[in-house]
Ligand binder design. Structure first.
Ligand code: URA
Length: 235
């Protein structure tokens, strides 16, 4: 309850205390789309802005920002973790070993890569040097959060009917919470903005797995991805 401001001696009223204006709440990837006033920014504009991003330390260490690519109004958006070594050098997502495995899965499903929008939760290659080799490092929460508005910008601009999260980083960024990929894989989750997110493994996890079980794991991964097949059909 607020206390009445009583007149001081001499009958003068005490000036009403003023509070500094409250800062707007920090935006996350999840709550951004609920704002009714926001209009999507064009992909080309976002891409140009992200090219100079220094909102976390990764930008200064990478060769370039790796922006998403594919159909500008794709019905399905596939989100990975971050560019790898090759993607960092070439400047395109999913063009290294993990990308080749993804291409193999898309071919098995009969999906056209150009009809999908492919991107990453984090737009710069996080790595550490071991000798001359650049070793992948998993992005941290702060890096995921710093990049979340770029991913949200892509979602707003492309307007996919559904998304696929490849691995924990993508799932965390899209859902705004940690996701247990092994127990939630092959399931549709729903974001507060209503968009559906299918969670499955990251292709690198398959590449790192036991070679003896690789073919079986690949088939299981493809059947996870197949759950998004209906999304690609125009309605
Ligand atoms: N891994 C990812 O998550 N994204 C890429 O673009 C390449 C490898």
């Amino acid at each position: 309850m607020t206390r009445p401001i009583l007149p001081e001696h001499g009958g003068k009223t005490r000036p009403t205390p003023t509070r500094p204006p409250r800062a707007p709440p920090a935006r996350t990837a999840i709550d951004a789309p609920t704002s009714p006033a926001r209009r999507p920014i064009a992909l080309a504009t976002l891409r140009a802005q992200a090219a100079h991003c220094r909102e976390c330390p990764l930008g200064a260490l990478a060769t370039q920002t790796v922006w998403g690519e594919g159909a500008g109004h794709a019905r399905l958006m596939i989100v990975g973790e971050q560019p790898g070594d090759r993607e960092d050098l070439i400047g395109r997502p999913f063009v290294g070993p993990a990308g080749h495995l993804l291409d193999k899965a898309l071919a098995a499903l009969g999906w056209d890569r150009d009809a999908i929008y492919l991107t990453n939760a984090v737009k710069h290659f996080k790595h550490e040097l071991r000798g001359k080799r650049r070793m992948h490092k998993t992005p941290g929460q702060l890096e995921i959060l710093a990049c979340a508005h770029w991913l949200q910008g892509e979602i707003d601009a492309v307007g996919p009917a559904a998304l696929v999260a490849l691995g924990g980083t993508a799932a965390r960024s899209l859902m705004g919470r940690p996701v247990k990929v092994l127990s939630e894989r092959g399931q549709w989750l729903q974001r507060p903005d209503g968009r559906r997110v299918l969670v499955t493994l990251h292709p690198s996890a398959l590449l790192r797995g036991d070679p003896a079980g690789r073919e079986r794991e690949f088939e299981r991964w493809v059947s996870d991805l197949a759950l998004a097949g209906d999304v690609l059909q125009p309605h």
